[in-house]
Design a protein around this ligand. Structure first.
Ligand code: LMR
Length: 334
């Protein structure tokens, strides 16, 4: 009786795996992220969905969950490792808690003068090597996506390094960003992106740093009187997938998804700068936040105040990695 039941269930299972119904049901890829759809990452993920579904002839269905609707920052990486979600695009600043610190090198203040210089890193051997580090965590790195350059916001005008003293700033989970705010005499506080607006509104923190598109789409400008145009750091993403899931895809489907990813990356990175410019224009239109420009002297003072962060961080990510990064990026306009 028991043998029969087991045999019957094996037969049902086999039928289920190979039968016509399952051959037609698409492979679902859940893609979770924390920003709004109308941002560089939001748009690139929608483009990936469109292209992956097209190239696989509907054999793959991409479900994009924006705005932390499925998972918040910390949870999403755990969910990826557990296989509850198949794709994410966390910022470079968010891999430290996973035990991969090297991506924090992208957080170093003023390390990237522009996006063209960034490509030398992300599209060169260093970028590839960094992606490979994720393998040991059961994660495959698929691409680098842009957001853009960060600005500082608060209810106080931030022009000189001394203005930052004693203020609480929300940061992403990166030790480099922690060191950056400590160098300014501020108190950094790690917080999920989804909680920033409320924390600013209620005064749990005094300020934050982010790109124009993130500030605008999260309405941070409505609860911050001043945004200083510092361009002091960069936010970009690593598109990641669960390695076991990705390796287990039929080879043709995987190749079609890789093609879709390549094209979605070109599309997204091709317009990220414009999206941030548009968001800045939109913020200006609301009149809710004053945009503060730094004089060359004020800019130089900020750069000088943040120089010690490089030594701090060398202890964490290693001086050779910083040197290698700088070899690619300096000599441009920085
Ligand atoms: C942040 O947490 O500020 C950003 O990394 C959010 C994002 O994904 O752009």
């Amino acid at each position: 009786m028991r043998t029969f039941a087991i045999a019957a269930s094996i037969a049902v299972l086999a039928l289920g795996l190979t039968g016509p119904a399952s051959a037609q049901s698409p492979i679902i890829i859940k893609f979770s992220h924390v920003v709004a759809t109308d941002t560089p990452k939001g748009k690139a993920s929608e483009k990936f969905k469109e292209l992956a579904e097209k190239y696989t002839g509907g054999k793959v269905k991409i479900e994009v969950y924006p705005n932390s609707t499925l998972y918040k920052d910390k949870e999403e990486l755990e969910a990826l490792q557990l296989g509850s979600v198949q794709m994410l695009a966390p910022s470079n600043s968010k891999f430290g808690p996973l035990g991969i610190r090297e991506f924090e090198v992208f957080d170093l203040p003023y390390i990237l003068p522009d996006l063209k210089t960034l490509r030398k890193v992300t599209e060169g051997p260093l970028g590839l090597r960094l992606l490979k580090l994720l393998d040991s965590k059961g994660i495959t790195g698929l691409a680098y996506w842009d957001n853009g350059f960060k600005q500082m916001s608060a209810n106080k005008k931030l022009v000189a390094p001394a203005d930052y003293k004693g203020m609480k700033f929300r940061i992403q989970s990166s030790k480099v960003l922690e060191a950056q705010f400590r160098a300014l005499g501020s108190i950094p506080q790690v917080m999920a992106f989804s909680e920033v607006y409320q924390a600013l509104q209620t005064g749990v923190v005094d300020g934050q740093e982010n790109t124009w598109s993130n500030i605008y789409t999260q309405k941070m400008h409505e609860v911050q009187k001043y945004i200083t145009n510092t361009n002091h750091g960069y936010i970009g993403y690593v598109v990641v997938t669960n390695k076991k899931f990705w390796d287990g895809l039929p080879a043709d489907i995987r190749a079609q998804c890789e093609k879709a990813m390549k094209e979605a990356t070109e599309y997204g990175n091709g317009q990220s700068a414009k999206e941030n410019d548009d968001a800045l224009a939109d913020i200006k239109k609301t009149g809710k936040s004053e945009i503060v420009a730094l004089t060359p002297e004020q800019d130089a003072a900020m750069r000088k105040a943040l120089e010690p962060v490089y030594q701090d961080v060398a202890k964490r990510v290693g001086q050779p990695l910083i040197d290698e990064f700088l070899k690619e990026t300096r000599g441009a306009t920085n």
